[in-house]
Design a protein around this ligand. Structure first.
Ligand SMILES: NC(=O)c1ccc[n+]([C@@H]2O[C@H](COP(=O)([O-])OP(=O)(O)OC[C@H]3O[C@@H](n4cnc5c(N)ncnc54)[C@H](OP(=O)(O)O)[C@@H]3O)[C@@H](O)[C@H]2O)c1
Length: 260
C-alpha cells in the first residue's frame, strides 16, 4: 500500500496557502478527519461541525498566524435547533467560508416492519435536511470560485435490505446537489457529490460489529480493485472536487469505489 503523497500544490505552491476556510461536517473521524488533515496540509483552515471534535494527528489543532487551523463546533446534526444556533454563530463571526463539505450521515439499518416515521425522519434530518440547511445558509453565500461537495454513498445504487431510508436519503441528496449545481452556477459556485464505496473508517467498523455490513474481507472480495478504500483516498477525491482542477465540474456525482 503506497503512502499518501504530500500536500496538493498549484503553480505557486500549496493550493490554499492563503488560509482559505472549509466548513465540514463530521471532521472528528473517518473520511471527515482525513479531509481535515488534507485540507490543512494544503494550507487551508477548517471549521468542523460534529459531535466529536476534529483534531490533526496527535490532537494538534495547528495554527496559522495565531488562528487555529482546525476549529470544532459541537452539534448533533439531527437537532435542527442546535444546528441553527451554530449557523447563527458562524454568520455572526463573519468567517469567510469558501468551501463546504457535508460529510456526516446517519446509517442505522431497519427492516421495513421497524422502519417507522421516527426512523425515516431521523435519517432524513441528518442526511438531507441538515446538509440542505447548511447549503442554504452558508453555501448560497459562498464567494465566486467557492464549491460544495456533498458526500453520499454507493448505497444509493447498490441496494441492500434494511437500508430504505438511508439509500433514499442519499439518492435525494444526490438529486438536490445536482439541482444546486445548476442553481449556483450563475454565481460561479460549484456543487458536486462524492459517493464513496466501502472505506476503512470507524463508521464502517461499527457497521461490521453490529452486523449491518459484511466484514472487511467480504466487502473487499466484492470490489474489483480487491480492497477497501482508505479515508485519505476519499479525502483526495473530495479535495479534487473542491480544487480549481475541477473548475468546469458541477452538478455531478463522482464515485470513488474501487470499480464497484
Ligand atoms: N466508510 C464507508 O465505507 C462509507 C461508504 C459509503 C459512504 N460513506 C459516507 O461517508 C461519510 C463519512 O463516513 P465515515 O465512514 O467516515 O463515518 P465515521 O467514521 O462514522 O465518521 C463520521 C463522523 O461524523 C460524525 N457524525 C455522524 N453523525 C453525526 C451527527 N448526527 N451529528 C454530528 N456529527 C455526526 C461522527 O461523530 P461521532 O463520532 O460522534 O459519531 C464522526 O465524527 C458518511 O456520509 C458516509 O455515509 C462512507
Amino acid at each position: 500500500m503506497s503512502e499518501p503523497s504530500g500536500p496538493p500544490t498549484g503553480p505557486a505552491g500549496p493550493l490554499w496557502a492563503d488560509g482559505t476556510t472549509l466548513l465540514v461536517t463530521g471532521g472528528g473521524a473517518g473520511i471527515g478527519a482525513a479531509l481535515c488533515r488534507a485540507f490543512t496540509a494544503a494550507g487551508g483552515q477548517v471549521i468542523s461541525l460534529g459531535r466529536t471534535p476534529a483534531a490533526l494527528p496527535g490532537g494538534d489543532k495547528g495554527s496559522a498566524n495565531g488562528v487555529p487551523t482546525v476549529r470544532s463546533h459541537h452539534v448533533d446534526l439531527g437537532d435542527p435547533d442546535a444546528l441553527d444556533a451554530v449557523l447563527d454563530d458562524l454568520e455572526c463571526s463573519g468567517t469567510p467560508v469558501r468551501y463546504v463539505v457535508n460529510n456526516a450521515s446517519l446509517r442505522a439499518p431497519q427492516a421495513l416492519a421497524d422502519a417507522d416515521r421516527h426512523h425515516w425522519r431521523e435519517t432524513f434530518e441528518v442526511n438531507l435536511f441538515a446538509p440542505m440547511e447548511i447549503c442554504r445558509r452558508i453555501g448560497a453565500r459562498l464567494p465566486e470560485g467557492g464549491a460544495i461537495v456533498n458526500v453520499t454513498s454507493g448505497a444509493a445504487r447498490h441496494l441492500s435490505p434494511g437500508t430504505a431510508a438511508y439509500a433514499a436519503s442519499q439518492a435525494a441528496l444526490e438529486a438536490a446537489s445536482a439541482v444546486l449545481g445548476r442553481e449556483l452556477a450563475a454565481r460561479g459556485v460549484r456543487v458536486n457529490t462524492l459517493a464513496p464505496g466501502p472505506t476503512g473508517t470507524p463508521g464502517l467498523r461499527r457497521a461490521v460489529e453490529r452486523g449491518h455490513s459484511l466484514d472487511e474481507a467480504g466487502l473487499a472480495g466484492r470490489i474489483p480493485l480487491g480492497r477497501l478504500g482508505q479515508a485519505d483516498e476519499i479525502a483526495a477525491a473530495i479535495m479534487f472536487l473542491l480544487s480549481p482542477a475541477a473548475g468546469f465540474v458541477t452538478g455531478q456525482v463522482l464515485a470513488a469505489n474501487g470499480g464497484l
